[in-house]
Design a protein around this ligand. Structure first.
Ligand SMILES: Cc1cc2nc3c(=O)[nH]c(=O)nc-3n(C[C@H](O)[C@H](O)[C@H](O)COP(=O)(O)OP(=O)(O)OC[C@H]3O[C@@H](n4cnc5c(N)ncnc54)[C@H](O)[C@@H]3O)c2cc1C
Length: 399
C-alpha cells in the first residue's frame, strides 16, 4: 500500500506520527531520502495515514496577502547574529517562548552529522537549533511530542520547512491551540542524509576527522553562502579549520545547482502565498538595494508575518529585542527572494544524479556535475555590493 504519490511525498512524517499501531517506520529509499515503510502484518487498514498525509489534500491556510506584513531584522547580540544563518530572527523569537516556560522545536545535529528535529526547553540549548543545515531533517515523532506539551497548556514554537509545518498541522488539530506558534523557513529544497554522510566521509578521507561543520560561517567573509569545517588533520593530528565557498566545495556546489533535491521539492506546493506557518523566516537578500541605510556585515533576516498568531508573537517582543526590526514592503522582499512564491526548477541532470551517485560514489559523481562555467565562477567571486552596482549600471544602459 502506498500512502501518497511517490514524487509528492515530502517525508514530513505525518503518517508515522498519526499511525495508531506504530506500523510505519522511516527508512532511506534508493536515493537516500527518508520515506514511510508500512509493516503490513501490523497494519489495521484504518486509512489514517492516507487521510492525514498533506500530499493527498489541501489544508486551509486562510491568510491573505493583504494581511501579511514583512520586516527586515538584525539581532542586536553579535554572538547570536554570527551563529545564525541570516539575521538571527529565529533566536529572538525562540528566546521569547523559552522565557515563558515554552518548548521550541527545530532541526539539530545528532551523533555529529545526522539532522533530526528536537524540542528544547532551555536557552542554553538554543545553539543546537541555530543555523541552517542544508539536509532534510528527520521529524521522528516530534508532532506528537509537541501535541503533548500543547495539551499541558505550555507554549510551543514549532519551526521547520513548510512541508514539516503542514505535517504538524495535519497530525494535530492545530486550530484548537492558541498556545501554538509556527515558523516555516524559506526553503528551496532539501538534499538527503545519505549524500551528506557520503560527503562527510569524503572530507574525512581527504582531511581527517571532522569535528564541526557549519553551513553558514560568517567569521571570515560575513553574511553569504559560505561555510566551514573544523577537522583533526590526518597527517599532523592538529585541529584545523577550512573555510569554503560554493565553487570550492562539492556538497555546496551540488546543492546550489539544485541537482540533489527531493523530487517533491520541485513541485513544492508551499512556496506560495498564503504561507503555511504563522511566521516565515529567510535571508533578506537585496536589502542593500531596498533599504540602503541598513548596514549589517553579519546578516539580515526577512520576517513575514502571516497570521494573527504570528502578529501576536512579534508584538510580544519588547525593546531592545525589537530594536533591529524595520518594516518593509512584501513585494520588495519577493522581488529579491523568489523562493517565497515559487518552487525550484528541476534541472535536467536530476534524472541520473542519484543513479550516478550510487554507481560511482560521491567524489566521482560530484566531479561530473560540478564543472562551473567561467561566468558562474566570476559571479561567485564578485562581492555582492559590486554585483548590485553592476546591475544598476546595466539597467541604466538598457534604459
Ligand atoms: C534546507 C534549507 C533551505 C533554505 N533555503 C532558503 C532560501 O532559498 N532562501 C532563503 O532566504 N532562506 C533559505 N533558508 C533559510 C535560511 O537559511 C535561514 O534558516 C533562515 O533565514 C533563518 O535564519 P535565522 O538567522 O533567523 O536563524 P537560524 O538560527 O540560522 O535558523 C535556525 C532555524 O532554521 C531551522 N532549520 C535549520 N536547518 C533546518 C533543516 N534542515 N530543516 C528544517 N529546519 C531547519 C531551525 O529549526 C531553526 O528554526 C533555508 C534553510 C534551510 C534549512
Amino acid at each position: 500500500m502506498s500512502i501518497c504519490n511517490y514524487d509528492e511525498c515530502t517525508g514530513c512524517a505525518a503518517c508515522l506520527n498519526v499511525c495508531p499501531v506504530n506500523c510505519i517506520t522511516f527508512k532511506e529509499d534508493d536515493e537516500g531520502f527518508l520515506r514511510p515503510f508500512i509493516n503490513e502484518s501490523k497494519c489495521i487498514k484504518c486509512g489514517k495515514c492516507v487521510k492525514t498525509c498533506p500530499a493527498n489534500g489541501g489544508n486551509n491556510f486562510n491568510y491573505s496577502k493583504n494581511d501579511m506584513k514583512a520586516y527586515a531584522y538584525i539581532n542586536d547580540d553579535l554572538e547570536t547574529l554570527r551563529g545564525s544563518a541570516s539575521g538571527g530572527a529565529f533566536s529572538v523569537l525562540a528566546k521569547k517562548i523559552l522565557a515563558e516556560n515554552g518548548v521550541v522545536f527545530g532541526a539539530c545535529y545528532e551523533n555529529k552529522f545526522t539532522v533530526i528535529h528536537k524540542g528544547i526547553t532551555r536557552e542554553e540549548q538554543l545553539q543546537l537549533l541555530r543555523d541552517s543545515k542544508y539536509v532534510q531533517s528527520n521529524i521522528k515523532n516530534t508532532y506528537i511530542e509537541a501535541k503533548k506539551y500543547l495539551e499541558q497548556g505550555r507554549l510551543v514554537l514549532f519551526t521547520g520547512t513548510p512541508c514539516q509545518i503542514a505535517g504538524l498541522y495535519s497530525t494535530i488539530n492545530y486550530k484548537k491551540y492558541n498556545n501554538l506558534y509556527t515558523i516555516d523557513i524559506l526553503c528551496h529544497g532539501v538534499p538527503n542524509p545519505k549524500i551528506f554522510r557520503e560527503y562527510i566521509t569524503y572530507l574525512e578521507e581527504k582531511y581527517g576527522k571532522i569535528e564541526k561543520y557549519t553551513f553558514r560561517d560568517k567569521s571570515k567573509w560575513g553574511w553569504g553562502s559560505w561555510g566551514s569545517f573544523i577537522y583533526n588533520d590526518k597527517c599532523t593530528g592538529k585541529e584545523k579549520k577550512k573555510n569554503f565557498i560554493v565553487p570550492t566545495d562539492y556538497y555546496y556546489s551540488l546543492y546550489f545547482k539544485d541537482i540533489n533535491l527531493r523530487e517533491s521539492c520541485y513541485k513544492c506546493k508551499y512556496t506560495t502565498i498564503p504561507r503555511v506557518a504563522d511566521l516565515t523566516l529567510g535571508d533578506y537578500w537585496g536589502i542593500d538595494e531596498v533599504m540602503p541605510n541598513i548596514k549589517s556585515r553579519d546578516g539580515v533576516s526577512l520576517i513575514l508575518v502571516n497570521s494573527a498568531q504570528g502578529e501576536k508573537l512579534i508584538s510580544s517582543l519588547e525593546l531592545p529585542e525589537k530594536s533591529g526590526m524595520y518594516q518593509t514592503r512584501l513585494d520588495d522582499a519577493i522581488r529579491h527572494n523568489i523562493t517565497i512564491v515559487s518552487a525550484t526548477k528541476r534541472p535536467k541532470g536530476r534524472d541520473d544524479f542519484y543513479k550516478n551517485l550510487n554507481k560511482y560514489g560521491f567524489e566521482n559523481t560530484a566531479k561530473m556535475y560540478c564543472k562551473l562555467k567561467h561566468r558562474e565562477v566570476l559571479s561567485l567571486y564578485v562581492p555582492r555590493k559590486l554585483k548590485i552596482k553592476i546591475k544598476k549600471i546595466l539597467r541604466g544602459i538598457k534604459k
